[in-house]
Design a protein around this ligand. Structure first.
Ligand code: KIV
Length: 272
């Protein structure tokens, strides 16, 4: 099947995401927080990169995304955007940077767009409608995030599947509210597969699943979970590599070479 998405080096834009859904072509998305991984993921063909506020857990050593500051997202987004040629770069609005209302959301989103984001993501359903509409009217593509929304972990009572039983229809209503407000795509996190499938079928905008089954229009994972950087990863992720082990092996080899005097060798130094 010929791809409706642009080839290497040609930028993926909002209308391509809609075309991919229309054509039944899956959309690929990974998190990235720095220039070096962004370049690797972009060249490997990721359609979208998410500068996620999971930077809090993955890079900054926090146990949740709540402490992440907008200024930290700005640094990460600028680094990712600088090295991407093709992928559509979405930056997370961190906790505390948009909940006060559309004006705060717009001020925060503008800062992320100025450093190179192509769109922003925010968490929550109907209460975020006005913010999504304001950003959309300002020309900022918005990706919604429903289901398990990590910034509300305290209210949700921990890391749990959302939208089970009676809660399913509220989730579907939230999805419609965000789409009607102008969201260009929707991340569905830890949602039962049939609920994610219903939302995917009913909406014109693409759904990007994480722990939401195979019927979503695309998939997103935190890159360190996908690449096997640590021995643990969530049940919904698959380790497509063992990068953590490979890195550890390289560090052991380097340390051994330095201790034994094998590194540096003559080819690594300058005679004059
Ligand atoms: O910040 C993040 O990594 C995310 C994904 C879990 C979708 O929001």
């Amino acid at each position: 099947m010929a791809s409706v998405l642009p080839g290497p080096g040609k930028p993926v834009r909002v209308h391509h995401l809609a075309q991919a859904k229309e054509a039944g072509e899956k959309i690929t998305m990974l998190t990235s927080y720095d220039a070096i991984t962004a370049a690797i993921f972009d060249q490997a063909g990721m359609d979208m990169l998410l500068v996620g506020d999971s930077i809090g857990n993955v890079v900054l050593g926090h146990s949740s995304t709540l402490p992440v500051e907008l200024d930290e997202m700005i640094v990460a987004t600028r680094s990712v955007a600088r090295s991407v040629k093709r992928a559509f770069v979405v930056a997370d609005l961190p906790f505390g940077s948009y909940e006060a209302g559309p004006e705060q959301a717009l001020a925060s989103a503008v800062r992320l767009m100025k450093v190179g984001a192509h769109g922003v993501k925010l968490e929550g359903g109907q209460p975020r409608e006005a913010a999504v509409r304001a950003l959309t009217e300002a020309g900022i593509p918005v990706v919604g995030h429903l289901g398990f929304t990590p910034q509300s972990v305290n209210m949700l009572g921990g890391f749990r599947v959302q939208g089970r039983g009676n809660a399913a229809q509220a989730l579907v209503r939230d999805a419609h509210a965000l789409a009607n407000a102008g969201a260009v795509a929707l991340v569905l996190e830890m949602v039962p597969e049939p609920v994610a499938a219903q939302i995917t079928d009913e909406l014109d905008i693409p759904t990007i699943g994480i722990g939401a089954g195979a019927r979503c229009d695309g998939q997103v994972l935190v890159w360190t979970d996908m690449a096997g950087m640590t021995s643990w990863s969530p049940r919904f992720a698959h380790q497509f590599g063992q990068v953590g082990q490979a890195l550890s092996q390289a560090v052991h080899s380097y340390a051994h070479a330095v201790k034994t005097g094998a590194f540096p060798a003559a080819e690594h130094w300058f005679d004059q």
